[in-house]
Ligand binder design. Sequence first.
Ligand code: FAD
Length: 433
Amino acid sequence: MVEKFDAIVIGAGPSGNAATYTLAKQGLKVLQLERGEYPGAKNVQGGIMYSHELEKIIPDFRDDCPTERHIIEQRVWLLGDDSYVGTNYRSEGFNTDAPNRYTIIRANIDKWWAERIRKVGGLQICETTVTELIRDASGRVTGVRTDREGGEIHADVVIMADGVNALLAKRAGMQAEAAPENVALAVKEILFIDPELIQQRFGIKEEEGVVIEIMGKVTKGMVGTAFLYTNKESLTIGIGCLISDFKTGSCPPYRMLEDLKNHPVIKPLIEGAEMKEYAAHMIPEGGYKAVPQLYGDGWMVVGDAAHFNNAAHREGSNLAMASGRMAAETVIGLHQAGRPYSAANLAAYKKKLDDSFIMKDLKKYRELPGIMHGNKQFFGAYPDEITAAAHNWFTVDSVDKKSKEKEIMKSFIKRRSVMGLVGDAIKLVRAVR
Ligand code: FAD
């Protein structure tokens, strides 16, 4: 007899884990399938983990969750060729018993999730790739086919949490292929280093962390960002750009990462560190306009597979956990009411998303991806001009300040023209309003 579950969750990333845990905790019979050899084997994240969403799902997560450092300082740097202009925000207020953000190493976190899921009765099976959704004559999803022999499994509802490629939804005709300008390719390294050096170089204590978000010349005029995060005994450094830009640009991702590591303001921070791990992964960056159909008869899609990623704020894992939780809560509500998992009933999931920060934030930044993609000056001309202006302004050379202002203005106008500058300012406001 073919085994049947209340729900099948495909994927053991943060979205699938949140869904599986929430369902299992309410006593539903849930099966989670993961293609990796172990949870986290296939996963890549910078990574910053935001505790607010995790806390809603597992309030006591701090008791045993293997986080790295809690973040007390956020830096945002715009890099020039040999300089940076930046802002830092540091607060003792982040040194609390319940920190808001942590640096993490994903493989450790995903293994921890697996243990928590097991404790509430969820069944997670690894080394099992779902190859296809099973549908009945009416088109309703009734289960999955896997790469295991006789691997056909049935369920009342299937939650697709299979990440950015979303191959299952694409194969089933539920999603179109993502456009290359809607997906970034990021590469990152974990660099092992003496914790004392981390603490000295970043001015922090043992448990404290600093994260640096980076833009500017390092992306060679392509739409992209970079990052440097402090872990307990390592640093994570990475860079990512739109796939459409990598296709036409002349710098491959691995060389871009090498250039970032050798940048004069980055190099002293990572000096002496040893590379332990290299990884590459895609990030969905098309925003609101790229969000696909999110539910149908017997199925829902969550996390990166649903294109839930707020690139402007580098938030992904929290949108993944929140959408996984909301999908599970929708299932639980229908299960308790004895109602079927029809498209009409699963529309409640979309309503939860619309009412939450997920869709509100994606909507706020809906013009950002298109504007960035079409206006490369924000990644080339402006980092040049802004760092040159700072250099001029902070060089004390007996030139009066009014003349300096004029020189700076003249340089911006020469590069972009008055109309160009006004147009760029309008575009920036449209991108973030
Ligand atoms: P994933 O984490 O991708 O998990 C999908 C899972 O499904 C995987 O385990 C995969 O093996 C499995 N799977 C796929 N297909 C199948 C199949 N057919 N059968 C069975 N299993 C399958 N977010 C942040 O919040 N903070 C950060 O600092 C941050 N930094 C990032 C840095 C980088 C370099 C990258 C690439 C991403 C970063 N993100 C960050 C984004 C974040 O990692 C994602 O938003 C998040 O992992 C999405 O979770 P998910 O569960 O939807 O997908």
